[in-house]
Design a protein around this ligand. Sequence first.
Ligand code: GAL
Length: 795
Amino acid sequence: MSRTVTRLRDGWKFTRTDNPAHPNPDFDDSAWTSVRVPHDWAIAGPFDREHDRMTQARKQADVEAGVQEITGRTGGLPHVGVGWYRLRFNVPAEAAGKQFRLEVDGSMSNCTVYCNGTHVGGWPCGYTSFALDLTSVVQLGRENVLAVRLENLPESSRWYPGAGLYRNVRLVVLHPVHVAHWGTYLTTPTLTDKEGTVSLETTIRNAGPETAVTLRTAIHDRNGTMVCMEETTRSLSGVETIRQDFIVPDPQRWDPEAPNLYTAVSTVRVAGETVDRYETPFGFRSLDFDPDKGFFINGRSLKLKGVCMHHDLGPLGAAVNVAALRRQLHMLQDMGCNAIRTSHNPPTPELLDLCDRMGLLVIDEAFDEWALPKMTNGYNLLFQDWAEKDLRAMIKRDRNHPCLILWSIGNEIPEQNSPQGADVAQFLCDICKDEDPTRLTTAGFNQADGAIRNGLAAAVDVPGWNYKANCYVEFHTLFPDKPTYGSETESTYSSRGEYFFPANEEIGPFRVPHHVSSYDNEFPNWGYSPDVEFRAQDECPFSLGAFVWTGFDYLGEPTPFSEAWPSRSSYFGIIDLAGLPKDRYFLYQSTWSQTPVLHLLPHWTWPGREGETTPVHCYTNFSSAELFVNGVSQGRRRKSVKMVTGAYRLVWPGVRYQPGELKVVAYDRDGAVAAETVIRTAGEAAAVELLPDRQAMAADGDGMIFITAQIVDKDGNPCPRADHGLSVEIEGPGTLEGLCNGDPTSLESFKGSRMRAFNGKCVLYLGSVDGRPGDIRVTVSADGLRSGQISLESR
Ligand code: GAL
């Protein structure tokens, strides 16, 4: 019998009260709330400006000095404080002699775990995965009780951290002889078209007396065919590492264009009996970071077209859901994105599994803070005692993933300006090399002068530059032996479907109702528009590429309205919090991908603006296009490298608004019509239209369908400003897991069944029920409108 892995998903009890009696096995938790894990205790709200309210000294030169009150920085959600979870689980008497291990992928935060009343361990950092040995406390043939205490401190995060057991938890039952936790380390030292070599170190733990152990490792290709095999027998006690080497003929490369995965299948035998089986997916690929020529994968030059991503999933909060993660990654990939920076913490392990399978490259980032604080109760409180443990845990867990290209030891750490900066960086880089000498290290620097002066930038293999598009040449000259890239760029912000005039007006901090223009020309004083970064990358062939801040909107950090409640989530995303693309999505898609793009903005429903100047922008990868208002040509525009903006988008600045039809026609090189896009002035809102992203989902309790509810007029034209209150009704085996309209100022709960449309749209996150397949009918109604109704399937 090999190991059994049980996801501890259902049956948890939860409370926000704190009591030292909670771990007692006979404590009565019947009044606690029943929850499933992953669970985020704060995401249902209510939103409140008092939650984790902070003050800070004003820094900007352009506003009066004094104290600044920051309201929505961590999302305005009730994540601060204590939460307890309890779970009863049975262990059969036949499990006598087994080892019991609890695996936690992440728990926010300051986790303490008890089993049957005994303290068994914990982990303070909420983003780190860890395992606890329960063997000595588990009771056979009866009910056992797990109790978990978590506590989020105020002023500990710069964004919404989530709260609770927000990632997966598993119980693993093992034979005394087994592959240890994160017990394989696999590298591919040499790679040619003819053969790839594999070096595998497998750590075996024997919790019993010394015995002869046979480790058999078979390498399987993506079809499951065994391509080579090694067997090693050794007398073994305690914890020992066995090294095996393999030669794989005709290795199929892992590549963003064809993410071929192999699997090393380890089986452990004792006295002829198979006692454990463990799989390590991996890939063959070569990575080159050339200081003069940029990034290469498998010998092919590739610009990193990356985005930074925080970990929350909008209306699901931090609670991990694979379907929601997959949807995010697909949207990014369709945009032409090929890389993710997991700003500023280790991600959930499922993200890396998905990136392995989908062919996205990843920078795993460990820290946003070292010993010097950004936040009063931030990671600085833990750095001294935990940095090494957290960093080793991240690398041990993640180093076999082919998608991973760099280890980032930090983002904008305040040590950039302290004399110890270089020493701390060296300490962290040494840990990276110790755990994984095959990958290079990086960090993101915003204080370039400081990090260069104190040697911090020189301490990492690949210095990353945050918001320095105009300095890449300078850095390249300064560090001729090191690659150059934009670890964090742009920070352009926008609210989906909001446009302000004049179109080139810069945002003032007091704009009401706290929205940012979707002309994509507003950014904080450290940021710039996408066009500037595109230009820098085009002019710097030596640059590896860049990582936009951010792919999706996230909860918290509502810059530029950090002082302006009810703003409570970011405006930086290329895609909004609901998962709806903003205009900017098409600007990236037109620049990064081969997909033909011909996207117009703004919308064309402006009652009261008749005759007024309403600039029209077109995001396109066609080189020229002509714009028409009600059939009247507004002129032809051609992309021009001479202009920064005009090089990446076409602009008609002087168009006068008239209701009717706005049409753009793109021409090919021979002047023939290649494509056209039309938007029409919408009439009165008449109906709700439902657009699901798929027809069916898995009836496993994890499957999801994402349905966009859109308000349209009687002819089906989207009503771009509609804000009707929508009510959702679900019949059949489906659950409404979240509602989100993408409005960063909305204080309606994500977990209710009603929400207003924001600029004509709202997204329903429909979940499945485990073990209950069947048809689901979804109805969305609004006063005065024809309801939208669709039938979907859970199977
Ligand atoms: C950067 C920082 C990010 C985010 C961003 C907003 O300086 O690294 O975490 O705060 O600014 O523009």
